[in-house]
Every structure is written in structure tokens, then in C-alpha cells.
Design a protein. Structure first.
Lengths: 249, 215
């Protein structure tokens, strides 16, 4: 058995230069970690530090390292993937052409990488269909994020995944997270959504740029999550009815 | 004295990168200074001096700025010696893209913005191909997949270069540039140093400094 991937965060400073209140944090492959805190508390900043495996040259001065992942995967920039709320594409390429270039950039095998499957998955998530020749820059927000998710799954297949406010990405957030939470993957979810936060095993509470607290999800919170999920499905059905123009009661 | 050239199109982040990258070197006691070369005008020297970094502006004016880098180093180097510099960084705008300002023996750093067109590195190949270090900036505005595709296009042009992703606003990634600058070649520079790229075989009247309108 190879050693599982472990990501380590060494403390940096908050917005006022005060040291973060922990010695070091370790996160193992297979865990889901929520990142919560008010807007401006440093959630996206933390994701940026994690994405770069920052050596300490970011504004927070945090140091992030990853072990248990083959060096070739890290060297090919395939260890950490990120999906974010506002992301749009801007390159002047068609969708399929872009996927081909991305596959080659990540040194993925041409035979083993099924780009049609990536396109299919993206269309499934997006709702509004697009084709292989659609210009990348003309995709809607939802389509762009759907393509990024399908790309992360089918091309980068990174052992560490960062997701920034998927609830605002214009796609079905639970469908997206179900797709992204492959077993054995370490997932960080920055979110304001209780239902998404409660998918996590543990959550980091951010305040003024620093990680202030680390909370394991409690059994009572898990029960709450199950109840919220039922409510959420009901709301979803009502939303569909509203779209169709039906009466709601 | 260690000498490094940092070249790239206007606004790609050269000044910000250099300011960040020099931080740890200056903190370690290295005397660092900047020579800014531009074709027409620049206020970058003021930005450096505002951070306490000795800086000098050299405007090429009528002369092709790439050639200026080669022939007009003498006075700048005497200035750098007077300042007692251990490291001289020459910041220079990306010029007509036919040539590059890199000297054969000094460290050559090329900066490219991730917000430029995917074909931009190919158009600037005179600057990308001979560089020792290629820095991709402004990736905060693009998706990770696009950043990876962009890096691949840089790698295809110059597989041997050190590739760095850096952010001129936040300083992320600039420690890698710090390391490259720290290891820049320690040179005794002559008054005229050969360039890495070959010069054009002919010059138009403008390049030769003729009055406009009489070309
Ligand atoms: N968003 C973003 N802005 C940047 C980045 N690098 C530089 N800038 C900004 O771009 C502008 C031009 O940067 P500057 O260093 O003066 O570019 P130069 O002309 O190449 O020296 C400044 O306002 C910088 O703050 C970056 O990586 N991301
Ligand atoms: Mg500048």
C-alpha cells in the first residue's frame, strides 16, 4: 500500500500580521474539508495558497506541502485542481481543440483520455447543450463551470480538489459535487451553504484572513444535514414546477 | 556584478515582479539596483526609488532600444559600480519583437501575461526562445486549465527555460524569480556586449533616427 496523500499547512498570518493559531494542519486523502467564514475572511486566499502549494511567498506567508503523491504528478501540475464560482474561459479556441491542448499540456495519454466523454459529462451538468466547436469564450457561466468540472474529472484527475462557492456557479451544486467527490480524493469546499458545508468531515473557520478554528462535523450536524437534504429536494421540485409555470400549492 | 535582463511587453508586470523578487535579496544584504530602458518614456525608475532601490532611466529615443541595450551599457555600468551594486536588474520593454535585448552572458528573464493571446508567445519568440527564465503573470484572471495550456505553449518554444507562474500584485511565485536572480552570472561587463539575437540586416530610416516623414 502506498502512503496516502497528505497535505500539510504551516501557519501564516492574518490581515493584521498576527500569527495563525495552530502549529500545523494535516489533511489526508479521502477527506472533505469545508472552508467557511464571512465574505472577505480569506477563503479564496486560502484556496490560492493550497492550489500553488505555496512556499511562503503569498500575502499570508502560509506554507503548504503535499506528500504521498508521485513527484511526476506534481511536476506536471496535475496534483491540485480548482473550480471556482466566477471562472470563465477567455482563450480563442473551440471547446474540443482546447480539451486536446489541455490533455497534451498535462501529458495525458491520447488513447486513455476520452474527450467525447468529457464533452458528454459537461453537457449533462450544464443543462444548456454546447458542441465540440463552440468557441470557449462564448460559453455561459454555467456551461464554462460544467466544462471545468468535466475537465477536472476526465483530464486532470487531480488527487486534491479545490471548489470555491459552487453554490453560485450556475449549475446543480449537488450533482457537481457528487461528480467531483471521487473516493480517495482530498476535497476542499469554500462555501456559505450549510448543506454543502455539512458534506464535509471537518470545517475550517476563517476570520480576518486567518484559519481560526478547525471543527469536526458532529453527529447532530450530520442528522441536520440529512433533514436539510430532504427539504432541499422538495425546494428543487418546487423550483422545477415554477419554471414550468405550474401552481405551487 | 550580477546582471539580469527582465523583458516583456508593457503592463505584463515586470516592475511589480522585480520589486517583489528583490525583497528577500535586499533583506539578505545584497545591494540591488535597476536600470530601466525604454523606447520613449517611463516613470518606473521613480517606482523603484520610492522603494529605496537605486534606479536609473535610459531612453533610447532615436535609436532602436534593443541595440541601445548592447551599446549603451557603459555609462549605466559605471553608475552601477558607483552605487556599489551586487546585482543590476535591467528592466526593458518588449520592443518591436524582431529582436530581443538579452545580452549573451547576462541572465535573461522574459515576462508574458497570461491574459494575452495564446499566439502572443509565438509572436514574441525573439524574446521567449533565448530566455533562461520565462515568467507567466496575470494568471489570477484565467482558469487553471488555460494557465496550463499557456505554459505548454511557452514550453514548446523554449523547453530548456525555467518556467515560473507569478502574480505581480500579490508576489505569489516571485521567490522562484528571487532564486534565479540570486544565481545570475557574475560578470565583468565590457562596454559593448553581444546580444543573444542576431540583428536585422537592414534598418529603415526611422530605426536610423531620420526625421519622420522623410522615410
Ligand atoms: N491581476 C494582476 N495584475 C497584475 C499582475 N502583475 C502586474 N499586475 C498589474 O499590472 C499593472 C502593470 O504592472 P507593471 O509591473 O507596472 O508592468 P510592466 O509595464 O511590465 O512593468 C500594475 O497595475 C500591476 O499591479 C498579476 O499577476 N495579476
Ligand atoms: Mg515597468
Amino acid at each position: 500500500m502506498p502512503e496516502p496523500a497528505i497535505l500539510t499547512v504551516l501557519p501564516g498570518t492574518d490581515k493584521f500580521g498576527r500569527s495563525e493559531p495552530f502549529g500545523s494542519l494535516e489533511f489526508e486523502a479521502g477527506r472533505t474539508v469545508a472552508i467557511v467564514g464571512p465574505t472577505g475572511s480569506g477563503k479564496t486566499r486560502l484556496l490560492a495558497d493550497l492550489e500553488r502549494l505555496s512556499p511562503g511567498d503569498s500575502p499570508t506567508r502560509r506554507r503548504v506541502s503535499l506528500r504521498g503523491v508521485p513527484p511526476a504528478v506534481v511536476a506536471a501540475d496535475r496534483a491540485v485542481a480548482r473550480i471556482s464560482q466566477s471562472m470563465q474561459f477567455f482563450l480563442d479556441l473551440g471547446v474540443r481543440e482546447f480539451l486536446e491542448m489541455h490533455r497534451d499540456a498535462l501529458q495525458r495519454d491520447r488513447e486513455d483520455t476520452d474527450l467525447d466523454a468529457v464533452l458528454g459529462a459537461a453537457n449533462h451538468l450544464a443543462g444548456e447543450p454546447f458542441g465540440p466547436d463552440t468557441p470557449l469564450a462564448s460559453l455561459s457561466g454555467g456551461q464554462a463551470r460544467a466544462l471545468m468540472i468535466a475537465d477536472v474529472m476526465g483530464i486532470s484527475d487531480a488527487p486534491v480538489l479545490l471548489v470555491d462557492e459552487i453554490e453560485n456557479a450556475g449549475i446543480d451544486r449537488h450533482a457537481a459535487l457528487d461528480v467531483l467527490s471521487a473516493p480517495g480524493r482530498l476535497v476542499f469546499l469554500a462555501t456559505h451553504d450549510p448543506l454543502i458545508a455539512l458534506r464535509a468531515d471537518v470545517r475550517l473557520v476563517l476570520c480576518e484572513g486567518a484559519i481560526r478554528e478547525v471543527r469536526e462535523t458532529t453527529p447532530a450536524e450530520r442528522r441536520l444535514a440529512a433533514r436539510l437534504a430532504r427539504e432541499d429536494r422538495k425546494t428543487g421540485l418546487l423550483r422545477d414546477a415554477l419554471r414550468r409555470g405550474d401552481w405551487l400549492a | 556584478m550580477r546582471i539580469a535582463f527582465v523583458a516583456g511587453p508593457p503592463g505584463c508586470g515586470k516592475t511589480r515582479l522585480v520589486l517583489h523578487a528583490l525583497g528577500p535579496l535586499r533583506a539578505g544584504g545584497m545591494a540591488c539596483g535597476v536600470l530601466k530602458m525604454d523606447a520613449v518614456a517611463s516613470t518606473d525608475d521613480q517606482a523603484y526609488r520610492a522603494q529605496g532601490i537605486p534606479a536609473r532611466l535610459q531612453v533610447a529615443g532615436d535609436v532602436c532600444p534593443d541595440h541601445e541595450a548592447m551599446v549603451a551599457l557603459g555609462p549605466a555600468l559605471r553608475w552601477a559600480k558607483e552605487q556599489g551594486l551586487d546585482l543590476l536588474v535591467v528592466e526593458t520593454a518588449g520592443l518591436c519583437d524582431r529582436c530581443s535585448p538579452f545580452l549573451q552572458r547576462a541572465l535573461a528573464v522574459c515576462v508574458v501575461s497570461g491574459l494575452s493571446h495564446l499566439a502572443a508567445p509565438r509572436k514574441m519568440r525573439a524574446m521567449v526562445e533565448p530566455a533562461d527564465v520565462v515568467v507567466l503573470t496575470r494568471c489570477d484572471g484565467i482558469s487553471p486549465a488555460e494557465r496550463q495550456v499557456f505554459l505548454q505553449s511557452l514550453k514548446a518554444l523554449n523547453p530548456g527555460a525555467t518556467r515560473i507562474v507569478a502574480n505581480g500584485l500579490t508576489g505569489e511565485g516571485t521567490w522562484a524569480l528571487t532564486a534565479a536572480l540570486r544565481a545570475a552570472p557574475d560578470l565583468r561587463v565590457r562596454d559593448v556586449e553581444p546580444l543573444r539575437s542576431t540583428l536585422p540586416r537592414g534598418y529603415c530610416h526611422f530605426c536610423q533616427g531620420a526625421e519622420s516623414g522623410h522615410a
